[in-house]
Structure formats: C-alpha cells, structure tokens
Design a protein around this ligand. Structure first.
Ligand SMILES: Nc1ncnc2c1ncn2[C@@H]1O[C@H](COP(=O)(O)OP(=O)(O)OP(=O)(O)O)[C@@H](O)[C@H]1O
Length: 313
C-alpha cells in the first residue's frame, strides 16, 4: 500500500446512499465529496443528519445501499478488510474495558498494529504526555470520568495513525484546555499527511481549528466550504435585559438577527464572531448608564446557527 502523504491520494465518496426503515429514513442521500490529506474536515449537522452513518460507511461497518468509497485503487465498500487497515475510527460512544488502564488500552492498540519492543512504551508515554493525561495512566477505564474516557478513546484512535482517521465527537465532555490539545493533535495529524474527518457540534472550534466544514441535513450534504465561510454564521447569542423597555431600542448592535421582547424588557441578538466586540462595547456603555441590568453571551446552538444556511436550501 502506498503512503498517502507522498502521493496526495484522497478519499472519494461517490454517490452513496443508505436508507433505514424501508426507505422511510434516508440516512445518507446521494453523498458525493472527497477528503484530502493535510486537511481537517469537520462534519457538522443536526442530530440524525447522517454524520455517523457516513463515518461508519467509510470504515466499513455499514454498507451503503449504492455508491462507492474509493482510496487509491481500493473500494472500501467492497474490501472491508482494506478499509479497516486504512481507516481508524474513534466512535461516538466508547465503552472502556473494565479493569484495563489508560496505559494498557493505548499499548494494546500499538501491539495490534504490530508495533513491538521499546516503541510501545515510548509511543504510549508520548501520547499520554501530549494529551496531558499521564497522571491517570494507571486508572482503569470504568473508573474514569467521561472526559478521560473520551481522551483515552482519542489516544487509541491516533496513537498508530492510519492514512484515514475518523473521529466522532472527540471533544465532548473534555475540559477546555485538553480540547485544545485534541484539536491541535488533529491538526498535527493532518500536517503529517493524514486525512482527518471529525464529527462535531462545536461551531466555534470548527471555525478555530478545522480547514473545511461539511454541513449535513436530513441525510443530504447541503454545504461544503472552507471554515472561513462559517464566519457568516451567527456563532454567538447575546441576550440583554434592560431596566425599562422604553430604552431597549437604544441598544442596536450590528447583528445578523435581532429580536426585541418588550414585555420581558429583553432583547436577543445573533452575532457573528466579528460582531461581538462592538456589541460588547455598546453594551458596557449602557450598563454604565444603568440601562442594561443583565446580559448573557453564549455560543449559539447549531440549530440556530444553521437557520441561515437551511433557508438557502
Ligand atoms: N441502524 C440503524 N437503524 C435504523 N435507523 C438508523 C440506524 N442508524 C442510523 N439510523 C437513522 O439514520 C439517521 C442518521 O443517523 P446518524 O446516526 O448518521 O446521524 P448523526 O448525524 O450522526 O446524528 P447524531 O448527531 O445524533 O449522532 C437517523 O434518522 C437515525 O435514526
């Protein structure tokens, strides 16, 4: 098998379809795209949009009803043995093995991939340090927090990286500092020539770390674009409460969407990342004047962010 980093081989998804419930659910509806070495591609979309189904088809655990998935001269649909050699996947739900420590879990993967001797220890210690989880290395899986289980699962997926790496919501439950480590690790894998595909619901992280995003909705791929395009999306929600609704409309930040609720003396704004600083400035001034009495700035849920793009449909 050729090394993808030197040849620039890419993963081709060719018109794949997958239906469930006798065609009532189209989990993947005529998906055609390609994934390239050197790129972190984020797959985003509502629950049930078809993201995990796509990953499962790439790794060969779900067979498409039609269409093909190709890499080099191989069809990963027809040759699931090759698929398992080429692809490693961190599943969305991963039950840690009872009685097995983090260190043992990572070492087991290395041995499965035919790595032996000193290399096993060295590589294990390196990844545990890089993810900053060494202090829990000897704790058994079932005793770990959700975040640590996820980090273990991530370490297992990437410690002996295959040309194609699939990660299903790898940063869920992980603390902000280690989330950054995980994303940086994914970027490093891409730089080393791997194809990295990550399912996530965190738009802010996609905007910060991924190169490209693919937006799925009801089984269809409805947007495939560089992450710079995400800046057009409302990734923040600002809610302000005023002391008296008569002053509410004095607060007019530049926003993608604004809604004023007179009865509650409250206003809600959908802001892109670039619009946040100016909105905060204007808000602080009104707080000083005693006009705004409370506020909340939060990352927007995907449902709200997607509004604009879904409308495009
Ligand atoms: N084995 C299955 N049997 C029946 N329906 C399924 C099966 N697997 C997936 N589906 C359905 O296919 C659709 C796509 O599911 P999928 O898990 O791919 O979505 P997702 O985008 O990964 O969602 P989430 O973000 O919730 O993980 C959903 O309607 C789901 O219920």
């Amino acid at each position: 098998m050729k090394n993808n980093s030197s040849t620039g081989d890419y993963l081709k998804i060719e018109s794949i379809n997958k239906e469930y419930k006798r065609g009532k659910v189209k989990a993947n509806n005529n998906i055609t795209t390609a994934f390239y070495p050197g790129q972190v591609a984020a797959v985003i979309g509502h629950n049930g949009a078809g993201k995990t189904t796509l990953l499962n088809q790439i790794v060969g655990v779900v067979k498409p009803d039609s269409g093909d998935i190709r890499y080099q001269e191989y069809s990963l649909v027809k040759d699931t043995k090759i698929a398992r050699e080429l692809v490693s996947m961190m599943p969305q739900f991963h039950a840690p093995l009872n009685g097995v420590t983090i260190r043992q879990s990572v070492e087991a993967i290395l041995r499965l991939r035919c790595i032996t001797g000193r290399q096993v220890k060295e590589r294990t210690e390196k990844i545990l340090s890089e993810l900053d989880i060494k202090q829990w290395a000897n704790q058994v899986g079932n005793k770990l927090s959700g975040g640590l289980q996820r980090l273990t699962s991530f370490a297992m997926a990437v410690v002996a990286p295959t040309p194609i790496i699939l990660l299903d919501e790898p940063t869920n439950d992980i603390d902000p500092v280690r989330r950054k480590l995980v994303w940086n690790y994914m970027k490093k894998l891409a730089r080393d020539g791997h194809i990295v595909i990550v399912v996530t619901h965190n738009l802010l992280e996609v905007e910060l770390y991924a190169d490209r995003f693919l937006l799925f909705n009801k089984g269809r791929l409805i947007k495939d674009a560089p992450t710079a395009d995400l800046k057009q999306l409302a990734s923040n929600t600002l809610t302000v409460v005023v002391n008296d609704s008569s002053v509410m409309r004095e607060f007019t930040p530049d926003a993608l969407e604004s809604k004023y609720y007179d009865k509650e003396a409250k206003a809600v704004f959908a802001l892109s990342s670039q619009q946040v600083p100016a909105a905060i400035c204007q808000m602080l001034k009104m707080i000083e004047e005693g006009k705004i009495v409370n506020y909340r700035l939060s990352p927007t849920s995907l449902d709200v962010s997607y509004g604009g793009m879904m409308d495009e449909e």
